[in-house]
Design a protein around this ligand. Structure first.
Ligand code: PEP
Ligand code: MN
Length: 622
């Protein structure tokens, strides 16, 4: 059962309830979930649900109907995010774990680690104790392998994941690795499950070769019952009658698990298929189906690998796969961040925890809020602002370290105000992120479309949903500043004739109902955001430069500037003209270039640009 406590419950009242339950032999777990203080109760007490509901300080008492309890969505409705160093599994950024099946030598592990890191992996895998079908096969380097893993972490900064096959290895695992893996063959080794539950390190729990989802979740419950909440489930294929692939990848487990449990999910297409060329298609499908992470076997010399060579990708193939994932992830509201580790390092080296903030427009649940989570993950606290100018002002004055501002949308075009603010303020663009904007029509519970008289949204959202809204000419469109504000306003009004256009995230945050999903005219609706800051810290790889400049008022002046880009084969991905501040009928040009024009080898480009343009300013290199 779960007890939802009243927000204002007195501590002595809470203690009374906890003591009573403990006297009855129940196990209790207190958590905050979706803003509610909840106690999960495992075991039977003499008091009925109805009697609990009458108790002082108890707002509600609900049964958990499944046999797994702590693992269940009924107990915890919010997704669990497992933190491994600076990496978070279960949030908006896809986590890529890659490495060989087994650690074979220092050189082999280090070479592969550097390759997979280059292509976007943020955790390194490699077995030191290998559970092999044959006792005559390579069994792993054991402690020597763990030492190599620790060296890989120290050298590359990648957290390391390895399999534990016996309770006796617990101390060594505690000493050398960041994540312990329970292999498929040990999914129901209950002593081992209890052991990793007590160890307290994050655990990857692989699904057994022939285990049901129910059995798998009961195994996760064993770990959580020992007090370890950092459990990540890993689907790695199950035994079926089909012999073509090594196992059969059960991708439907992803949406099934997302409903049943709050725990994050990894897909391992390597052990699932056992065939190199089948790994990437299944990995792409897994991300499309909602997986939080991928675990991929990669080897620099698969023909000579001591285990699982035939299913290991070559590093370059792995690189092609992560590029595909980069494109697919935003379709399902996620991101693959090639700067994941570098970014964390910069943020953690340069800020104290209370200054890690990013200003965004609107309220929680805004697309800008989502963009902030997609770019920074959990490391930066998003701070809502009322206007775009407030964001620039907050960053300029140091109230917030970063700002997240939309620049353009694939359907409704540029957000001119922000181009003007970039001109006005002396701030730097330090990064960018593009997210898919999937609009929903949101209203109060049990409201039908016929009841709606007014729809609130910002003007760009109206224009992105024009075809949909044209079907309802009698509904009045009321402009507001942000989609999230629209959702909050209709909630606060309590008015059932009002609806809002916004994200499903905003609907969740404000506990409102989605009447219709994906109402934008074209599903390829993406918004690109710039991340702004006062100064650039740390060195990330530079792919793009944003500049603003003006030209003299003479024939061919803009052409002269463009000619420089043409001459040096620099691709221009955006060119926008905006009126110059305070100078009627004079224009500034804003341009994005696919190059780092401050790189030493492009010094002649800079020289020529300075010569051919006026007021040249580099807004950012990122
Ligand atoms: C592994 O990850 O190398 C492994 C042995 O996996 P599984 O337990 O899924 O077979
Ligand atoms: Mn393997």
């Amino acid at each position: 059962m779960i007890l939802v406590l009243e927000n204002k419950i007195a501590q002595n009242q809470k203690d009374k309830i906890l003591n009573y339950l403990s006297d009855q032999g129940c196990i209790t777990r207190e958590i905050m979930d979706a803003g509610r203080n909840v106690i999960g109760v495992i075991g039977k007490s003499n008091i009925s649900l109805e009697e609990f509901k009458q108790m002082d300080g108890v707002a509600d008492a609900l049964p958990i109907k499944t046999s797994y309890k702590l693992v269940s969505r009924d107990f915890k409705s919010e997704d669990t995010k497992v933190k491994i160093g600076n990496v978070v599994v279960g949030a908006d950024r896809i986590v890529i774990i890659a490495g060989p099946c087994a650690v074979e030598s220092y050189d082999q592990a280090m070479t592969i680690a550097k390759e997979v890191k280059k292509y976007g992996a943020v955790l390194f895998r490699g077995g030191a104790y290998k559970p092999r079908s044959s006792p005559y096969s390579f069994q792993g380097l054991e402690e020597e392998g763990l030492k190599i893993l620790a060296a890989v972490r120290d050298e590359t900064g990648l957290g390391v994941v390895t399999e534990i096959t016996s309770v006796s290895q617990a101390d060594l695992m505690m000493k050398y690795v960041d994540v312990v893996q329970i292999g498929a063959r040990n999914m129901q080794n209950f002593e081992l499950l209890k052991c990793v539950g007590r160890m307290g390190k994050p655990v990857v729990l692989k699904r057994g070769l022939a285990s049901t989802i129910q059995e798998w979740l009961m195994s996760a419950e064993y770990i959580m019952a020992e007090g370890n909440n950092d459990v990540i489930l890993c689907e790695r294929g199950i035994r079926t009658f089909e012999p073509y692939t090594r196992n059969t990848l059960d991708l439907s487990a992803i949406p099934v698990l997302k409903k049943l449990t709050h725990l994050p999910i990894i897909i391992d297409p390597s052990h699932a298929t056992g065939i190199r060329e089948k790994v990437s298609p299944m990995a792409r499908a897994a991300i499309a189906a909602g997986a939080d992470a991928l675990m991929i076997e990669v080897h620099n010399n698969p023909d000579q690998a001591l285990s699982d060579g035939p299913q290991s990708l070559y590093p370059e193939q792995f690189g092609q796969l992560t590029r595909d994932i980069y494109v697919i992830a935003p379709v399902v509201g996620k991101q693959l961040d090639f700067d994941y580790l570098k970014k964390s390092e910069i943020i953690n080296n340069s800020q104290t925890s209370d200054s890690k903030t990013a200003a965004f427009i609107g309220e929680y649940g805004a697309y800008s809020h989502k963009a902030s989570l997609g770019y920074f993950g959990e490391e930066i606290k998003p701070v809502p602002m009322k206007t775009f100018k407030d964001i620039f002002q907050a960053v300029q004055t140091g109230i917030c370290q970063y700002g997240v501002v939309p620049l353009e949308n694939s359907l409704s075009g540029s957000i001119h105000e922000n181009f003007d603010l970039l001109q006005e303020y002396d701030l730097k663009i330090i990064g960018e992120i593009t997210i898919r904007v999937k609009h929903a029509l949101i209203a109060h519970e049990n409201v039908s479309k016929k009841q709606i008289k007014k729809i609130l949204a910002p003007p760009p959202a109206f224009s992105q949903c024009k075809n949909y809204l044209d079907q309802y000419p009698d509904i009045e469109l009321v402009p507001v500043t942000a989609t999230s504000s629209a959702v909050r306003q209709i909630k606060d009004s309590g008015d059932k004739t009002l609806a809002a256009i916004g994200s499903t995230m905003a609907a969740d945050i404000f506990h409102m109902t989605v009447i219709e999903e994906s109402i934008e005219d074209n599903p390829r609706n993406y918004t690109r955001f710039a991340i702004i800051a006062k100064e650039v810290k740390g060195n990330k790889k530079v792919n793009k430069t944003s500049i603003i400049f003006s030209t003299g008022n003479k024939p061919g002046a803009l052409f002269e500037v463009m000619k420089v880009f043409s001459e040096y084969q620099i691709n221009l991905v955006k060119l926008e003209s905006r009126p110059m501040l305070g100078k009627p009928w004079e224009y500034m040009f804003y341009a994005d270039l696919e190059a780092d024009i401050e790189a030493p080898e492009l010094a002649p480009v800079m020289e020529k640009l300075i010569d051919k343009s006026e007021n040249l300013r580099i807004l950012g290199r990122y």
